[in-house]
Every structure is written in structure tokens, then in C-alpha cells.
Design a protein around this ligand. Structure first.
Ligand SMILES: [Zn+2]
Length: 199
């Protein structure tokens, strides 16, 4: 939905006015499954981490807490950017996260070509190392042309973030089937209620 792993992490919960709702990262297992689905790490790595988590539930719990912290920082950063604050809230916090990710930055040859690219490989020895991959993904997104296309869903009590890759750049909702449809239904109800001449 979001268009980048870092954006997708923000969308693992609904950001309502009453606070976060519908938590998808309810335990460590689901966190690693999410990371696999978002292309952050391969399934084999996820399986290995889940085995490690079983023998160290405390570390798994702290990795989960860290994931949620990273999520808040990214959310502040992206919504700030979408609103147009040059260094929105979360800028310093993000820099702190990035420092850690940069420790593991490697120059890697791109498959088959002579070109190289900077990558942060997912750490397989720590339970939360793969979060650095997400942070690095955010860093690249922020420095790309697509940073100008980061939007916050216009749906109420959603708060999901996405990269608007629509041709006209006018995408307003995370998903047309959910928030887009809700908004349309509400608009229809509103106009049906409206009495002639009132507005
Ligand atoms: Zn939405």
C-alpha cells in the first residue's frame, strides 16, 4: 500500500484521534512476518529469528518495543514532510536511528552489473537488526525525488502514509476500497441530508 518498507511500517497500525488502533504488530512473530512480506528480509531469516525469539522472550519483547518506537519516529517524519515542514518533528530522533543503521552499511555489487549500491543487510544475529534495513530504506526515500510525493491518507482515523505514484499525483487515500469508499459514502449521506438552499 505504502510503496516503501519504511512507509509500510507506519501503516501497521491505524493512527486515530484517540491514539493508535488495530495493532498489527501484536507480537514478535507477527513483526517478523510483516518484515518478510515487506521485503525487509527473507523467510529463512525470519524463521531463524523466530526460533531465537523463543529461547529469549525478553529480547523478543524489547525488539517489538523498538519496532513500535521506530514506527512512531517514521510516522512523525513522514507526516511532517507531507505537511511541508522541512525538518518536521522526528528529525533528530530519526538521525539517532540512522546512526545505528549506518554502522552496518555496505557497498554491494548490483546483481550482474558493474554498478554498486549502498545496502544495509538484515542482521541475522540480533532480533531487532532488521529494523536497520527499514530505517535505511526511509533514509533513501527521503533523499529521493519521491520524498515530494509522500502523503498522509485523507481518511479520518486512518493516518496511513503512502508514496503517491499516481499519474496525476492526486491520490488521497491509502486504499480506495477502504478509506476512499468510506469518504464517498459519507459525502453521499451528507448531500442527501442537506436541505435545498442550505449549502
Ligand atoms: Zn486510509
Amino acid at each position: 500500500v505504502g510503496g516503501d518498507a519504511s512507509v509500510d511500517l507506519v501503516n501497521t497500525v491505524d493512527w486515530t484521534e484517540a491514539g493508535p488502533r488495530r495493532e498489527r504488530l501484536s507480537d514478535y512473530k507477527r513483526l517478523t512476518r510483516w518484515a518478510e512480506g515487506a521485503g525487509v528480509m527473507e523467510e529463512a531469516v525470519g524463521r531463524r529469528l523466530r526460533r531465537m525469539a523463543k529461547s529469549d522472550p525478553e529480547a523478543a519483547e524489547s525488539a517489538l518495543r523498538r519496532a513500535r518506537r521506530v514506527r512512531v519516529v517514521l510516522r512523525d517524519l513522514f507526516t511532517g514532510l507531507a505537511r511541508g515542514d522541512a525538518d518536521g518533528p522526528g528529525g533528530d530522533a530519526f538521525a539517532e536511528l540512522l546512526k545505528r543503521a549506518l554502522d552496518r552499511l555496505r557497498l554491494q555489487r548490483r546483481g550482474g552489473s558493474a554498478r554498486h549500491e549502498w545496502v544495509v543487510p538484515p542482521a541475522t544475529s540480533t532480533l531487532d537488526g532488521f529494523l536497520d534495513v527499514v530505517v535505511w530504506s526511509a533514509a533513501r526515500l527521503l533523499a529521493s525525488d519521491e520524498a515530494a510525493s509522500i502523503r498522509v491518507c485523507a481518511g479520518p482515523d486512518c493516518g496511513w502514509v503512502f508514496v503517491d505514484r499516481s499519474r496525476n499525483g492526486l491520490r488521497r487515500w491509502c486504499e480506495m476500497e477502504t478509506c476512499g469508499t468510506q469518504a464517498k459514502t459519507r459525502r453521499r449521506r451528507k448531500s442527501a441530508r442537506r436541505t435545498p438552499g442550505s449549502g
